[in-house]
Every structure is written in structure tokens, then in C-alpha cells.
Design a protein around this ligand. Structure first.
Ligand SMILES: [Zn+2]
Length: 243
């Protein structure tokens, strides 16, 4: 058999498909073509006439294979690198659907994991609102009322936070207005009380320490006196008894 020419069996095409006569539509005549078979099911099969003369192809194996592949893909086939890997449109669609489902399942699994891993959901907070003139006015009025002066600071245990809680405004607004118009957030009575308590405790400790040292010293003095007295008494006893 002569090689070359349009009827030669292109090796690439031959490797992937059954090469031979196929029928074009309802025509009883066989024409040159290929048959692709599904590598997964028995039912998937497609005949495709490949007339290199009519399609204007040269003998180029690769060009013909590309043409065949293109046609089959348009018909819904997946053309594999080996016969085993061909998939008929039905099997290919099913595989794609399964892959999609797998990736969706994976997404859901990932989402679920994220939910588990995520820190406790933060309570939905209202979007931060802008300080309005009215807010300014009531905060300044409150500061006027409870901030003594720059030297003393807050009076009566007031703090930025307490004002914020009292007025229902963000603490930052209070801090800003207080800083701009009054002074530092100092001198609040709570801190003063803590400092006073610490001072008192420290004084108590010093007093206790002094008392302890004095007691220890007194004890030593008495013990010493007792020892000396014992010695003296012994001398007296010796003198009296002559022993
Ligand atoms: Zn199939």
C-alpha cells in the first residue's frame, strides 16, 4: 500500500480514533472519517467524516487532528490524550457537574470551617455617627458641670467614660472636647482614692515595722537583764551558802 496522499492513515488521528469509512448522514455511502468512542461508557460513540480533500487539508497529521478535535469539542465531546480519556457529551457533562458539586461542597466545607474558626461574631454595632452640634453642646455642658479646673481635673469621680455612658455618646468625643476645652483627664477621685489608700497602707506598714523593731529591742533588753539578774542571783546564793 502506498504511503502519503489523502488516504494515508494519519498516525496521531489513528492513535486516538478508529480510522476508516463512516457514513455521512443518511447516505448509504461510506466516506473517509473517524469514530470516537467514550472511554467511560459503552454507549458514547460518534462518527465524523473527515474529507481532507473537501476540507482543503494537506496531509498534515496535526492540522487534521486539530480539526477533528475542534469538531468533536463543538459536539460536546472531551477529546483526551489517549482513547481511554475520551468522554462522550453525556459523560463529560456528568463529570463537569460532579466536579462543580465537589467544588461547591468544598466551598461549603471551607465556609463551615471558617465559621468554626472565626472568633465569636461581634455584636452588630451601629455605624459610627458624626458628632453633631447638639452632641457638642451637651458634652461641653456636662464637662462644664463636672470638670473642676485644669489643675484638679475631674471632680466627684467623673471620667471621660462616665460622661460618655451618662450621655450615651462615644468616649472619644468626650475625650476630644475635654482635651480641647478643659485639660487632661486627671484628678478623678477614683485615682485619688487609690493613691490615698496606697499611701495609707504604706504608712501603716512603716508604723508596724517601727513597732516591731521597738518590740524586738525591748525583748532583747529584758532577756539581757534576765540573764544578768540570773548571774547576780547565783553570786548572791554562792555568797550566802558558801557553796
Ligand atoms: Zn460516555
Amino acid at each position: 500500500m502506498a504511503h502519503g496522499g489523502n488516504n494515508a492513515r494519519p498516525s496521531l488521528t489513528n492513535k486516538l480514533f478508529d480510522y476508516g469509512g463512516v457514513r455521512r448522514g443518511d447516505s448509504p455511502n461510506y466516506v473517509r472519517g473517524i469514530t470516537i468512542r467514550c472511554g467511560y461508557c459503552d454507549a458514547g460513540k460518534q462518527e465524523l467524516p473527515v474529507n481532507s480533500m473537501a476540507t482543503g487539508f494537506s496531509e498534515s497529521d496535526k492540522v487534521e487532528l486539530n480539526w477533528i478535535t475542534d469538531k468533536l469539542v463543538k459536539m460536546g465531546w472531551k477529546v483526551g490524550n489517549t482513547r481511554m480519556h475520551h468522554r462522550c457529551p453525556r459523560c463529560f457533562a456528568a463529570a463537569k457537574a460532579a466536579a462543580l458539586q465537589r467544588s461547591q461542597a468544598h466551598e461549603i466545607e471551607k465556609k463551615g470551617l471558617e465559621l468554626v474558626m472565626a472568633p465569636a461574631p461581634t455584636p452588630i454595632s451601629k455605624p459610627p455617627r458624626e458628632m453633631q452640634r447638639e452632641d457638642r453642646r451637651i458634652i461641653l455642658a456636662k464637662l462644664e458641670e463636672v470638670y473642676v479646673d485644669e489643675r484638679v481635673g475631674y471632680g466627684d469621680g467623673w471620667t471621660d467614660q462616665r460622661i460618655a455612658d451618662d450621655l450615651g455618646v462615644p468616649r472619644a468625643w468626650v475625650a476630644t472636647l475635654r482635651q480641647e476645652n478643659f485639660g487632661e483627664e486627671k484628678g478623678n477621685d477614683q485615682i485619688k482614692e487609690l493613691v490615698a489608700a496606697a499611701d495609707k497602707l504604706s504608712a501603716s506598714l512603716a508604723a508596724a515595722d517601727t513597732a516591731y523593731r521597738a518590740a524586738a529591742k525591748e525583748y532583747e533588753r529584758l532577756a539581757d537583764a534576765a540573764r544578768r539578774m540570773g548571774t547576780d542571783l547565783e553570786a548572791v546564793r554562792k555568797a550566802l551558802t558558801g557553796k
